[in-house]
Design a protein around this ligand. Structure first.
Ligand SMILES: NC(=O)c1ccc[n+]([C@@H]2O[C@H](COP(=O)([O-])OP(=O)(O)OC[C@H]3O[C@@H](n4cnc5c(N)ncnc54)[C@H](OP(=O)(O)O)[C@@H]3O)[C@@H](O)[C@H]2O)c1
Length: 332
């Protein structure tokens, strides 16, 4: 029986859900991969807990001050890091330090936050390549909706010509409520905030930045592009008024906030903004908090995926899907 040692940095909603799911699946890892899975460390911004023998759920309720940061993960002896801290694409966020240290040391790394991947993607890819570490990022690229896996596995060998993605659950909920129930932006936002899936400051979602981050990660890590945020045109849903919705309705069109990739003169281009779809188009019928992606390739035509997992479980499951992909390679 092999042993895999996991550390989790970032112990909020997603980090905790990932931890619980990981512990509950230990028997599966033993049976399928012949691996004794040990959770050797978890930490938040200021505190953490570690044990070389593996932590149990009841040891996770008291974290010790001062046990946090990339050096703490190093000391834990983890072979695999799951990073689930806050996302900040303008600075890379705390994730950047963890990823830098982990990939430099050759540690396989599963990333859930988007910031560092957007801010320093090229450098992180080079570090992983140099050290031989596997870098997995399903949780950062729309999580419950398969995006990266589609181009990496299902459509492998095909050339991706075009992508249309409804990649942000909050804005889809808001637009759907505004178009199907005729309520205003403010009322729809209040509903989403009460439901706990819109932030008190929703601008990262409503201004299109969250969609842009996911799109850029897909383009750079999945399609071999080398885009920065300044290469993208990014617009959010602010311009969608009741009058515009009414006008679109008259033309049989439904507005969606879409991240779009396409090829132009041999390069990949990207933009985020409102696109309208005729009622018969599947993308017009993505409801509530669902997300969707349509990928057009040269040889396999059009592929459509729709995702609707409940958070934070769905993101935790996406990260652990990445873990199984790592185990499948490392435990042969
Ligand atoms: N929530 C979702 O449905 C969802 C879906 C997909 C992706 N994501 C991404 O997943 C990540 C986590 O989301 P969340 O909802 O779990 O956020 P959250 O509840 O705010 O948790 C963030 C965690 O990161 C920790 N943290 C902050 N700075 C840190 C540092 N320097 N070192 C270690 N930990 C640090 C915080 O620690 P303290 O507790 O000490 O402050 C907290 O435990 C975000 O990047 C988000 O974009 C979330």
């Amino acid at each position: 029986m092999k042993t895999s040692r996991i550390a989790i940095a970032g112990f909020g909603g997603v980090g905790r859900a990932t931890t619980s799911l990981l512990l509950s699946r230990r028997e599966r890892y033993r049976e399928v991969y012949g691996t004794d899975m040990r959770l050797v460390a978890v930490c938040g911004s200021r505190s953490g807990v570690k044990s070389a023998d593996g932590l149990e759920e009841e040891q996770l309720s008291t974290l010790e001050d001062g046990l946090s940061g990339p050096a703490f993960i190093e000391e834990s002896g983890a072979d695999i890091l799951i990073e689930a801290g806050p996302s900040d694409f303008r600075t890379g966020g705390p994730g950047l330090g963890y990823l830098h240290s982990s990939l430099s040391a050759g540690r396989d790394t599963i990333v859930i936050s988007k910031g560092a991947l957007v801010h320093s993607g090229r450098e992180l890819r080079a570090l992983a390549k140099g050290s031989g570490a596997m870098l997995k990022l399903s949780g950062a690229a729309a999580a419950a909706l398969p995006t990266f896996d589609l181009v990496e596995h299902s459509l492998k060998g095909c050339e991706v010509l075009e992508v249309d993605g409804i990649l942000n659950a909050t804005t889809n909920y808001l637009l759907d409520a505004m178009t199907t129930r005729g309520i205003g932006f403010e009322e729809a936002l209040r509903e989403a905030q009460l439901g706990g899936f819109a932030e008190a400051d929703p601008r990262n979602d409503t201004d299109g930045w969250d969609t842009a981050c996911k799109l850029l990660i897909l383009a750079n890590f999945g399609l071999g592009a080398d885009l920065t945020m300044s290469d993208l045109t990014v617009a959010g849903i602010q311009s969608v008024t009741a009058e515009r919705i009414e006008a679109w309705r008259g033309q049989g069109l439904v507005p969606k906030l879409v991240g779009r990739l396409w090829r132009e003169n041999g390069a990949i281009r990207a933009e985020v903004g409102i696109r309208t779809y005729p009622l018969a188009d599947p993308l017009a019928n993505i409801r509530g908090k669902d997300k969707a992606i349509r990928i057009v390739t040269d040889a396999m035509g059009e592929t459509l995926a729709i995702g609707s997992g409940k958070e934070p479980l769905a993101t935790a499951a996406a990260a652990l899907k990445d873990l199984e992909h790592i185990l499948a390679v490392r435990t042969v």
